[in-house]
Design a protein around this ligand. Structure first.
Ligand SMILES: [Zn+2]
Ligand SMILES: [Zn+2]
Length: 246
C-alpha cells in the first residue's frame, strides 16, 4: 500500500514544502487539503476521490478551492469531502463566502458520523485531538496494513489518542518544532520531537514519519532528530513527494 506525502509543511509553504496533504493514490484517498492539494492531480487513478479533513484551519483546507483545477477534465464519478459537521459548516460559510471564493468545486460534503468503509476491505476511524478549535486524527486499517495520521496536536505522555494508534504499521505524526521550543508548541497546539517519539514507542507502531514541520526552518535536520531516534529508532522526517510503502 502506498502513501505519498504531497505536503509536509506547517502553517505556510516554503521553497521546499507545501502544507498538509497526504494521498493514497490506489485507494483514491486524500488526507487534508492544504496547499499541496494541487499536486494530487497528477496521482489521480480512481473514479472516486475521498478527502478526509482533520480540521478546518486554512493550512488544511485551502486546497479544497483548488479542486476546480485538480479535477478539470478528469471525469470523476464522485468526489466527497469528509469532516466533522461543524468544520464543514465553517468551510461552507467562510471559505466559500461570496467575497472569498464564490465558486463551489464539483464535490459533495459529508459529515463524519462513525467509521467509514474503504476499498480493499479497509476501514477509517477517527478520534479527537487537543488543538485550538478541535481536530481529529485518523486511523486506516486494511487486512495486513495499517496507518494513522495525527496532526495539529500536542503529544504528551498521557495523550488519550495513544490507544487509538496502538500497533499501526505507519504513524504519520506532526512535529512542528525541535525539543527546545516546547513552550511555543504547547501554546500553539503543536508537538516537539521527543514526546512524539515516546508516544510512538509506547504505542508500538512500526515506523514514525514526522510532518507539519516549521516552515521557518528550512534545513534537512530541522527537528534535530538524534534524541527522538534514541527513543524510537525508526523515526524519519517526512519531506514533500516522499513515497512510503506500508
Ligand atoms: Zn491547526
Ligand atoms: Zn496545521
Amino acid at each position: 500500500m502506498k502513501l505519498i506525502l504531497l505536503g509536509t509543511s506547517g502553517y505556510h509553504p516554503n521553497d521546499h514544502r507545501q502544507t498538509a496533504c497526504l494521498m493514497l493514490p490506489e485507494l483514491g484517498i486524500v488526507l487534508d487539503a492544504g496547499t499541496a492539494m494541487y499536486r494530487a492531480r497528477k496521482f489521480l487513478a480512481t473514479p472516486d476521490l475521498d478527502i478526509f479533513l482533520t480540521h478546518a484551519h486554512l493550512d488544511h483546507v485551502i486546497g479544497i478551492t483548488y479542486l476546480i483545477d485538480v479535477l478539470r477534465d478528469k471525469n470523476m464519478r464522485r468526489v466527497t469531502v469528509h469532516a466533522e459537521s461543524d468544520k464543514l459548516v465553517a468551510i461552507d460559510e467562510h471559505l466559500f463566502a461570496e467575497a472569498l471564493f464564490p465558486v463551489k468545486p464539483p464535490c459533495e460534503f459529508r459529515a463524519l458520523s462513525g467509521p467509514v468503509e474503504l476499498d480493499q476491505g479497509g476501514r477509517l476511524t477517527y478520534f479527537p485531538l487537543e488543538h485550538p478549535g478541535g481536530a481529529i486524527g485518523f486511523r486506516l486499517d486494511w487486512p495486513g496494513h495499517s496507518m494513522a495520521y495525527v496532526t495539529d496536536t500536542t503529544a504528551r505522555d498521557d495523550s488519550a489518542y495513544l490507544a487509538a494508534i496502538r500497533g499501526v504499521d505507519l504513524l504519520v505524526h506532526e512535529c512542528y518544532f525541535p525539543d527546545s521550543m516546547q513552550e511555543l508548541a504547547t501554546l500553539t497546539g503543536h508537538s516537539v520531537a521527543t514526546p512524539v517519539a515516546r508516544l510512538a514507542s509506547r504505542a508500538g507502531v512500526g515506523r514514525l514519519v514526522l510532518v507539519h514541520v516549521d516552515p521557518m526552518v528550512d534545513e534537512p535536520d530541522a527537528l534535530k532528530l538524534d534524541s527522538a531516534r534514541a527513543i524510537f529508532a525508526n523515526t524519519q522526517q517526512g519531506r514533500d513527494w516522499m513515497e512510503i510503502e506500508f
